[in-house]
Design a protein around this ligand. Structure first.
Ligand code: HEM
Length: 420
């Protein structure tokens, strides 16, 4: 390792002037010019606003995420406080065991046989509901245009339905899950440490645990091929009730807003580039590649955080034991050292799949295959049922957010005639 590039003793605020200027509010609006500046001049930087390190070069981020001995998730964090120890907040054999136990329902073959038919039915139902609730678009425009909103009308309910189905939680629980989810989301974004928000989040996690017990008993009696059913019927080194609860919580939490955002971002990105539609629709492989490009260009999750297990250095910058390093995934995805013209959206980009939007290494996203499938089915269904689909020019909203990024709404419009 090289020596520290700047003398120790100089305040961090002076050593990292670009980092000192970073504001989460600006990142929420448009992080990419800020990432470009950091990547070029201060690729390892200290951000005083949150007292954490930021990494913006793809190589550095890969190195950190692939080194769980030195950069760990096994440390106190809000998500561990809320949900307990689960695959994302532990490392080593325990993490591998948790992930192995939860992986089978996310394998491509099982997704295709078990998850795809109900997913297609749910997406069609949601798109049809959007179409039947559609209102005529601005009458000043030519033709009979109908308008609907995709994020709340399609993306959110589809994400929720899919993750509940894969887990094996009855769909009659949807409303309660939605309520718990809102408490979790507020508690996890509780940077000011409000004790009431924390208590409400923990209360929701406990309520989830209580609701889980009878579901597991029922699934043990009548297995249905879901993840909870697998876990309830597992008699070889089975997970305890607490281990099932905490891992189910991270899957539930990890699968709702992220996927809703991924779908909303993909629809928004593709419809913002109508000139690229013919290429996207040329074949299944072309659509898959286009989805990877939407993930690269506008990832729903912008950072992966790791705690240094001992004093170390990255690019000559000293990181102290216990400090938190944020791997900025959206910055890695636009690193010109790996992606040509990185700010350009190119649905045919050959290496689009090299993005880090699902992270890499041991904590690579468990739900990535399901999220990709959901996005593909939504896009195919929208195109099939909504002729001439385009963004509503009067109601445009770009993705927004520092940690989770999505547009507030995705208003689209289509012509009056349909295949349905
Ligand atoms: C069905 C949907 C999804 C489910 C069930 C899910 C679940 C999970 C779980 C359980 C983990 C922890 C894995 C581990 O620690 O070994 C994880 C990690 C992750 N997921 Fe997902 N996820 C979903 C969708 C998404 C989407 C759409 C994105 C972003 C586009 C995303 C981004 C990530 C990232 C970046 C990580 C790694 C975090 C880290 O390393 O710190 N996930 N996901």
């Amino acid at each position: 390792m090289s020596r520290p590039s700047r003398p120790v003793g100089v305040p961090r605020i002076d050593r990292f002037p670009l980092g000192a200027r970073v504001r989460l509010a600006d990142l929420a609006v448009d992080p990419y010019p800020i990432f470009a500046e950091l990547r070029e001049a201060e690729p390892v930087t200290w951000v005083p606003e949150i007292q954490r390190w930021f990494l913006t070069r793809r190589d550095d981020i890969l190195a950190v995420l692939r080194d769980p001995d030195l950069f760990t998730t096994d440390a106190p964090s809000t998500i561990r406080d809320m949900f307990g120890v689960h695959m994302m907040t532990t490392e080593g054999p325990t993490q591998i065991r948790y992930k192995r136990k939860c992986l089978p329902p996310f394998h491509a073959s099982r997704l295709t046989t078990t998850s795809l038919p109900p997913l297609v039915a749910e997406v069609e139902r949601r798109v049809e509901t959007m179409r039947s609730a559609a209102r005529p678009a601005d009458s000043g425009r030519e033709g009979r245009w109908q308008a609907g909103e995709v994020r709340t009308g399609v993306a959110r309910p589809v994400a929720l339905h899919s993750v509940l189905s894969v887990l094996g939680i009855p769909l009659t629980e949807t409303e309660r899950v939605n309520e718990w989810y809102e408490h979790f989301a507020r508690a996890l974004a509780n940077f000011a440490g409000d004790p009431d928000l924390r208590a409400a989040g923990k209360g929701a996690a406990d309520a989830f645990g209580r609701a889980l017990a009878p579901i597991l008993e029922e699934l043990e009696r009548e297995p249905d091929g879901s993840l909870l059913s697998d876990l309830a019927c597992d008699h070889v080194d089975p997970l305890t009730a607490e281990e099932i609860r905490s891992n189910a919580l991270i899957i539930l939490f990890g699968g709702i807003e992220t996927t809703e955002s991924m779908i909303a971002n993909a629809v928004w990105a593709l419809l913002s580039h109508p000139e690229q539609h013919p290429a996207t629709r040329a074949s299944e492989a072309a659509l898959d590649l286009a989805i990877e490009e939407t993930l690269r260009w506008e990832p729903a999750v912008q950072s992966a955080a790791r705690h240094a297990t001992r004093d170390t250095e990255i690019r000559g910058v000293r990181i102290a034991e216990g400090e938190v390093v944020h791997c900025m995934l959206g910055a890695a995805n636009r690193d010109p050292a790996h992606f040509e013209h990185p700010d350009r959206f190119d649905a045919t980009r050959r290496n689009a799949g090299d993005h880090l939007s699902f992270a890499v290494g041991r904590h690579f996203c468990l739900g990535a295959p399901l999220a990709r499938l959901e996005t593909r089915v939504v896009l195919e269904t929208l195109w099939a049922h909504c002729p001439g689909l385009r963004l509503d020019p009067d109601r445009t909203a770009a993705p927004h957010g520092y940690e989770f990024r999505k547009p507030e709404t995705v208003w689209v419009e289509w012509t009056g005639m349909s295949s349905g």
